[in-house]
Design a protein around this ligand. Structure first.
Ligand SMILES: Cc1cc2nc3c(=O)[nH]c(=O)nc-3n(C[C@H](O)[C@H](O)[C@H](O)COP(=O)(O)O)c2cc1C
Length: 368
């Protein structure tokens, strides 16, 4: 695997949903409220984080009793920051692409092009039922998401946009104003065959659940091969989820992981496991997110422990470099105590990553 030479990027999960990022009764000094989140975004941009990713959830479940909406919340964070890019989750179904394209174009205009989107395809059947949205089969959800992405890009780039899809239609539509350049980047979440194919056809970024470097490389190679088959003329960039536990000693970090697991809430993890079978396991080839997740993996919603960014700053920085070599362009991080740990990560891990990247720069590698 050839290493991408650009500095690896860092993103954090916006805690706009209550209960934090682990299904555990361990103390989490994290709040889902706007004041906490504005301050967190300011800390993150100072700490060297490039992106924040907001989540969309319409109903409670598995420890997420309250959920702020992703687009309006993302805009509030953009208004409170200067450099940070904020990725707003959009769920086709509840959103239609005409409204989404318009909302995001306006936010781009208001925030100097710092908004991006994450197209998610739905994993929570109960949520769709609660808001009266039809629950499509797994691969149909992706067919709809792909039309959604084509519609966003079409309205953002074409003067007069016409589109005749199975899910969406546009007739000589002219969106004005367009978003500012660079256009909002289009991320997507999911790991199934359908998710990888959609990434290889239309997305700018592919977000996947936590994994090992080898597990990541397999996905990257698959997407690259598919890009060629589909004739995509730009490279899909790769983001991987991780739950970061960085402490002065490895023992301290491992003890924190053990405490999270010891205090896991079994009924909630079990319920979540049952529900995600509607997503990760419902894909025909059974390779989606969560298809192979254990109880322990699911204590973190997106398998974040599997990425193993758990240890000292040096260990974690080295593992970030391994992930970069495995094909990652971006690491998406969750933490127990977001404000404190985003700051710590920026102070102690990111500089080590930058040193390691510099020592592995093409000039140095050529000399080796
Ligand atoms: C990084 C990441 C972020 C996601 N964010 C959301 C979200 O905010 N809301 C949501 O409903 N699903 C979210 N998802 C779920 C995916 O869109 C998708 O439904 C799920 O991963 C199952 O897809 P698969 O079966 O194709 O693997 C996210 C997934 C990933 C990897």
């Amino acid at each position: 695997m050839t290493t991408n030479n650009a500095p690896i990027k860092f993103a954090y999960w916006v805690p706009n949903v209550s209960g934090g990022l682990v299904i555990s009764s361990i103390e989490q000094r994290t709040s889902w409220d706007i004041d906490y989140n504005r301050k967190l975004a300011q800390i993150a941009e100072k700490a060297g984080f490039d992106y924040a990713l907001s989540q969309i959830r319409f109903t409670a479940g598995y420890g997420a009793d309250n959920q702020h909406e992703s687009v309006s919340f993302s805009h509030a964070l953009l208004a409170a920051t200067e450099k940070l890019k904020v990725i707003a989750a959009l769920l086709p179904g509840p959103w239609n692409p005409a409204l989404a394209a318009k909302q995001i174009a306006t936010i781009s205009q208001l925030t100097n092009a710092r908004v991006a989107v994450n197209i998610v395809s739905g994993w929570f059947r109960g949520e769709f039922h609660a808001i009266g949205e039809p629950w499509l089969d797994h691969d149909e959800r992706y067919r709809r998401s792909e039309e959604f992405i084509n519609a966003l890009r079409g309205t953002w780039t074409q003067e007069s946009f016409t589109f005749k899809g199975d899910f969406y239609r546009f007739n000589d539509y002219s969106l004005k104003p367009k978003p500012l350049e660079p256009l909002p980047e289009i991320f997507q979440g999911g790991s199934s065959r359908a998710a990888r194919d959609m990434a290889a056809r239309v997305s700018d970024w592919y977000f996947t659940n936590g994994n090992t470097p080898d597990g990541l490389t397999a996905q990257v190679n698959d997407i690259k091969a598919k890009e060629k088959t589909f004739g995509k003329n730009w490279r899909t960039k790769i983001g991987i989820n991780a739950f970061g536990i960085v402490r002065q000693t490895e023992k301290e970090a491992k003890d924190v992981l053990q405490e999270i697991l010891d205090k896991a809430i079994p009924e909630a993890v079990g319920g979540f496991h049952h529900e995600v079978q509607n997503a990760g396991n419902a894909s025909p080839e059974r390779e989606g997110n969560w298809a192979k997740s254990t109880f322990q993996d699911l204590v973190q919603y997106n398998d974040g422990f599997r990425t193993n960014l758990i240890g000292t700053p040096q260990q974690v920085a080295e593992r970030v470099i391994e992930l970069k070599r495995a094909g990652a362009d971006l690491i998406l991080l969750g933490f127990l105590h977001f404000q404190e740990e985003v700051e710590y990560f920026g102070k102690h891990v990111i500089p080590l990553v930058r040193e390691l990247e510099a020592s592995r720069s093409p000039r140095v590698q050529a000399a080796e």
